[in-house]
Design a protein around this ligand. Structure first.
Ligand code: GLU
Length: 623
């Protein structure tokens, strides 16, 4: 065993002791090594991590301190988030992993997106009785919305390409947390309550997450021994035990016949709740055939930085990149105001985002099925031409039209060429993490099970939720002009935008966020806050957010409306509070980031307040 692997094994062996002890009541990381506090900013050397969760960040730091690299630590943190953030991410979902390799200077990515089952009919979202799509709320909590999970395969592939550990070693911290438990916080309880009605309809979900008919109490210790066993199975037998064998058979059976309690009736609090739990089409062949994709990142230059993002099937890299190319043609720094309200800069941000979303809606889908013009969308000449549609004094009427990717030369066209439709209102869930190691490798990783609580369906006895990622498709399968129409074997368009920014070939900033299609705006706004508006990375993350996704209104956090509403009104922006029917929070995103300074200095930044605050840690506060 190489020395590095031996060192990490020693750490994980200690954790394994607490696993076998089983009955211990303290959480796995309640030891002297654990950073005691959840801090939203940490500075130092030797490696850093930022996640939404203390246990996940602690898992990454353990691996880094034992000599593991950023890929190892990212997988360990992600697996731990599968325990402590089970409604946002886990084995039953997918995501996008971006890696900066300090040795080669290259940025590489893994597309671990869920795919639609091969034998699924294309009109699967349509009710044959009415010829209309089923109501969204019914589709979400059903087998029909479940795509083939990509997360375990992503972990394996990331370790294979860039890691030093094997999957069993990287899973060890998460197994400890699943077995020994974590302390329930407000966010976990509230997310459980937000899902209480549909969780109560599915027997295994109710037993796991509503143990006494209620969401676990804040301060109690939540254990998930079934998930510890599932991770243990994968650790022992490898990925084949997930994509084949009994577990694959159980996943397929669960999707094809969701375990809904036949005696379930809507509770008095939601008397009209309807959960038909339509059977889905996932098969063992779909699971056996799942593959991650190694992809080149998207790339744009912005203010002298090199910005790398996630290529399609995510719309993140192209949409953030196009908006940056549009904004590159304006001097946002000059728009800064002494009182820091910066309304002109914010107006430009909102309008550039709407233009980029118009092109996202028109052109983005799974490149295995549609010809996605990634080159044009990230071309600065295209961005310059699109910037002609940005009126510095007035908000355009939304939806704005898409640009013409087949014919552009950077000169303002007489009229925009292609009509666009209004986009879009994806749900908000997901989680994101940023990790860097002592050698300068960096990971930005966004992973999800789609909306908070995914499909609401736990695989019986296995301790994890299945995704509802297929609801990221457009529902109308009959519109050939829609690049994101649902089709068998296709990956639904994502908004996930893990982003790594280099300066002169070395990392400057890595960042990402959850939040459905507001992921794109959160990443974009955070970059502008940091690069153009003079904020520190911590301030850039904390600042109030707004999202313009080519819709009539701008979705905004209440703090944003209070701070900027009056100044933005003269431009014609209509700000409405964020939030939807599925969540009680009016927040946008939950970003994580690491900024890289001189001589190995790192600043890890997490949310100070959103989702109850995130956890930033460094390997060593001083040299
Ligand atoms: N399913 C969404 C996407 O892939 C992410 C969900 C979320 O962040 O809420 O873009």
């Amino acid at each position: 065993m190489p020395a590095l692997r031996r060192q990490v094994a020693a750490v994980t062996a200690v954790l394994a002791l607490s696993v076998t002890a089983g009955a211990v009541s303290t959480p796995a990381f309640a030891d002297k090594d654990r950073d005691p506090q959840k801090l939203s900013t940490a500075t130092g050397y030797g490696g850093a991590v930022s996640t939404v969760d203390l246990d996940a960040s602690a898992a990454a730091i353990k691996i880094l301190r034992a000599g593991g690299n950023a890929a190892d630590a990212a997988v360990a943190a992600a697996a731990t988030l599968g325990v402590t953030e089970p409604y946002s991410a886990g084995l039953g979902g997918g995501g996008y992993f971006v890696f900066y390799d300090a040795t080669t200077g290259d940025v590489g990515t893994i597309d671990g997106r869920e795919t639609a089952p091969e034998t699924m009919p294309a009109n699967v979202f349509t009710n044959p009785a009415t010829n209309k799509p089923y109501p969204f709320a019914e589709l979400v909590s059903s087998g029909v919305s479940v795509g083939v999970p990509g997360t375990p395969a992503t972990w394996e592939r990331a370790l294979e390409r860039w890691g030093t550990l094997d999957l069993d070693e990287a899973l060890e911290p998460a197994i400890g947390v699943a077995r020994d438990g974590f302390v329930v916080d407000e966010t976990f309880r509230q997310q459980t309550l937000d899902n209480k009605v549909r969780f109560s309809a599915f027997t295994p979900t109710r037993s796991l997450f509503l143990p006494d008919g209620d969401a676990p109490a804040v301060g109690s210790v939540f254990r998930n021994p079934d998930l510890a066993d599932t991770y243990g199975l994968i650790a022992r037998e490898g990925l084949d035990a997930f994509y084949g064998g009994e577990l694959a058979e159980e996943m397929a059976a669960t999707v094809q016949a969701p375990p809904k309690d036949p005696a379930w009736v809507p509770p008095a609090s939601a008397p009209t709740a309807s959960i038909p739990a339509f059977p889905g089409h996932l098969t063992t062949a779909d699971l056996a055939g799942y593959r991650t994709l190694d992809q080149d990142p998207t790339h744009v230059e912005y203010r002298g930085y090199d910005v790398y993002g996630m290529a399609p099937s995510s719309s993140g890299g192209t949409t953030v990149g196009e908006a940056l190319n549009i904004l590159e043609t304006f001097n946002l720094k000059e728009m800064r105001q002494p009182d820091k309200t910066n309304p002109a800069a914010l107006h430009h941000y909102l309008e550039a985002s709407a233009l980029a979303f118009a092109d996202r809606g028109r052109y983005l889908g799974d490149p295995a099925f549609v010809d996605v013009p990634t080159g044009a969308l990230t071309d600065p000449v295209f961005g310059k031409e699109r910037s002609c549609q940005l009126n510095p004094g007035t908000a355009a009427t939304k939806p704005v039209a898409a640009g013409d990717v087949d014919s552009y030369d950077g000169v303002c066209p007489v009229a925009p060429a292609v009509a666009a439709h209004e986009t879009d209102t994806e749900n908000i869930s997901t989680t994101n993490l940023t990790v860097a190691d002592q050698w300068g490798n960096v990971v930005e990783y966004t992973l999800t099970i789609e909306q908070t609580g995914g499909s609401g369906i736990v695989v019986p006895g296995r301790g994890f939720l299945l995704n509802n990622e297929l609801t990221d498709f457009s529902y109308d399968s009959t519109n050939p002009a829609d690049p994101n129409r649902i089709e068998p074997g296709k990956r639904p368009r994502s908004s996930m935008s893990p982003t790594i920014i280099l300066e002169d070939g070395r990392p400057f900033l890595a960042l990402g966020s959850p939040g459905g299609s507001t992921i794109i705006t959160t990443v974009l706004q955070t970059i502008l806050n940091r690069v153009d508006l003079g904020m520190t990375v911590a301030e850039a993350i904390a600042a109030p957010r707004a999202a313009q996704r080519n819709t009539a209104n701008v979705t905004a956090e209440p703090e944003f409306i209070t701070a900027y509403g009056t100044q933005l009104a003269p431009y014609g922006h209509k700000l409405v509070p964020a939030g939807d029917a599925f969540t009680s929070a009016a927040e946008i995103g939950a970003a994580t980031a690491i900024e890289f300074g001189k001589h190995g200095f790192m600043t890890a930044a997490a949310e100070p307040a959103r989702r109850g605050g995130g956890s930033a840690m460094v390997v060593s506060p001083s040299r």
